[in-house]
Design a protein around this ligand. Structure first.
Ligand SMILES: [Zn+2]
Length: 325
């Protein structure tokens, strides 16, 4: 095929190609300019957003974790948020020992609570002392400003949860025993068996006294402890409704108080179902026996979980609490 063309046709083709190439170059330039404008716009938005968020982020980012805050804030106690996501304004410390009780493992600095909890614990210890139940050993309550522990349970964040051990010494423990006391398990966990020989009437009385108080919302115990209480005869059984089965809790029990009055930011848990909770619900906690199979399944490698990361508090009051000296 001939590549030669007539002069006029060739010139027109050359001009058309030049126009078309210029159009392409111009379009490319427009595209590049638009992209540049978009980039500038995006940066401006990002800058504006950063300026808005900066004070909030700085309040948290530059600050310590809950366990690094060693002192409570002053003033009236206020429980903020829920038991498992909140904090404590105006936390009060429980004296490390008092009539009928001692604080154990005080080096963990978890003996702060809402005023309501501090009063509840000292009232309970007074009652149990009068009745000769034994010394109460008080474990974790909350950190000075509440928040999530770096180890152990996720609740205890608002100063309204406390652990009380089932070991009931007749005399106060020696100072050197208090930091690492020997637990008193009343359940054989491996065989899911209640240790009848470890349980005493004082344990039953203690749980009744602890639960039968209008300040209490719930008490958590191992299902076999709840079962033991259910089997016993009581003149009135209303308090049993508050005693809830939960795993763990076999050498200590966990007391949870209702939101105190005037705590507008405290989030209540729904009330327990009606009744004493001794029937089908309790039975549902019993582990089902695994059917024996001819071939053993390969063992699953247990991966140790790393400690939970410090999560950023949800409530502005809690964020502010971390940045208050
Ligand atoms: Zn607890």
């Amino acid at each position: 095929m001939s590549t030669v063309c007539e002069k006029s046709i060739c010139e027109r083709a050359i001009i058309e190609r030049a126009i078309s190439e210029r159009a392409i170059v111009e379009r490319a330039m427009i595209d590049r300019t638009n992209a540049l404008i978009s980039k500038v716009k995006l940066r401006a938005w990002w800058l504006a957003l950063s300026l808005i968020c900066l004070p909030l982020e700085a309040a948290y980012a530059g600050y310590q974790t809950w366990s690094e805050v060693l002192t409570p804030t002053q003033g009236t106690s206020d429980a903020i948020g829920s038991y498992a996501n909140g904090c404590l304004v105006g936390g009060k410390s429980l004296a490390l020992s008092g009539d009928g009780y001692q604080v154990i493992r005080s080096n963990r600095n978890r003996y702060y609570g809402h005023t309501s909890m501090i009063r509840y614990l000292t009232d309970l210890a007074n009652k149990t002392q009068r009745l000769g139940v034994g010394q109460l050993l008080v474990g974790d309550i909350a950190m000075p400003r509440g928040g999530r522990f770096t180890s152990g349970h996720t609740s205890h964040q608002t100063g309204l949860d406390a652990d009380i051990w089932l070991r009931l010494p007749l005399a106060p423990l020696e100072a050197n025993q208090l930091q690492d006391p020997t637990p008193y398990p009343v359940v054989d966990i491996k065989n899911y068996r209640f240790k009848e020989d470890k349980w005493t009437d004082n344990h039953s009385l203690l749980l009744q006294l602890a639960a039968d108080d209008p300040r209490v919302a719930r008490i958590f115990v191992h299902p076999l402890i709840k079962n033991k209480l259910c089997e016993q005869e009581w003149k009135q059984r209303d308090w049993l409704r508050k005693v809830r089965p939960w795993w763990g809790h076999y050498y200590h029990f966990h007391v949870r108080l209702n939101c105190p009055e005037n705590s507008s930011e405290c989030i209540e848990q729904a009330v327990p179902p009606k009744g004493d909770g001794c029937g089908a619900e309790l039975a549902s906690w019993r582990p089902t026996a695994k059917p024996k199979t001819a071939v053993d399944k390969p063992k699953v490698k247990v991966v140790k979980k790393s400690p939970p990361k410090q999560s950023k508090p949800t409530y502005p009051t809690c964020i502010a609490l971390l940045s208050t000296p």
